[in-house]
Design a protein around this ligand. Structure first.
Ligand code: ZN
Length: 202
């Protein structure tokens, strides 16, 4: 009897633990946690801490075929980031798949990593899968980017001018690709974020 009570208490404790807010959770956006997609947390002792001051858009830069499993992609990306690049973790804090689903990457409290010359400390890094030098972002991806940017702007009290992309900080890259960059250049994302922020304060 005592053992049964103990195991009930234990499972209740575990349930409340998994229900606790994950670091990359955001109001109004469903974010699949690292734990949920089968990743492992980064070593906090090796992390560079940051306070978010920028929202920075990236693309994967590789073809992402329809039907490719995003969970397998994320697990491989985490392994590659750590074992091949010797980074703390996946370089980005959020990853958006072809369906516009949002996944947590690196803990948002930890600065990202880059192959280029800018310092990503303070940047919330969003990666959209695909290569937007070659393909157009789809409607679900565009909506997810706007939703995510708005939630980040709201949570971290950032102005619209905090929104930019990798190539705005680095001359060494075309990231996030010209077809995705076009939506920053013509003001689409800032307009969409402004609309969402206006709605949220009503
Ligand atoms: Zn990039």
């Amino acid at each position: 009897m005592r053992r049964i009570v103990y195991s009930l208490l234990l499972s209740a404790a575990l349930m409340s633990q998994s229900a606790a807010a994950a670091p990359n959770d955001l109001p109004g956006v469903s974010v699949m946690s690292v734990e949920q997609w089968g990743g492992t947390p980064a070593d906090p002792a090796k992390a560079r801490r940051q306070t978010i001051s920028h929202i920075t858009l990236h693309h994967q830069g590789e073809t992402y075929p329809v039907g490719k499993d995003p969970i397998a992609y994320l697990r491989n990306l985490q392994t590659w980031s750590r074992n091949t690049k010797h980074w703390l973790d996946i370089p980005y804090h959020y990853i958006i798949d072809l369906d516009g689903k949002v996944y947590a990457g690196r803990d948002i409290g930890y600065a990202g990593d880059t192959n280029t010359e800018y310092d990503p400390v303070g940047h919330a890094l969003i990666e959209v899968v695909g290569n937007f030098e070659e393909v157009e972002p789809n409607a679900a991806q565009l909506k997810a980017v706007a939703d995510l940017m708005a939630a980040l702007a709201l949570k971290y009290h950032l102005p619209l001018d905090a929104i930019a992309s990798h190539k705005d900080y680095s001359a060494q890259t075309v990231c996030p690709g010209e077809h995705l960059y076009a939506y920053l250049q013509d003001g689409y994302f800032k307009r969409e974020v402004a609309l969402r922020l206006a709605r949220s304060t009503r």
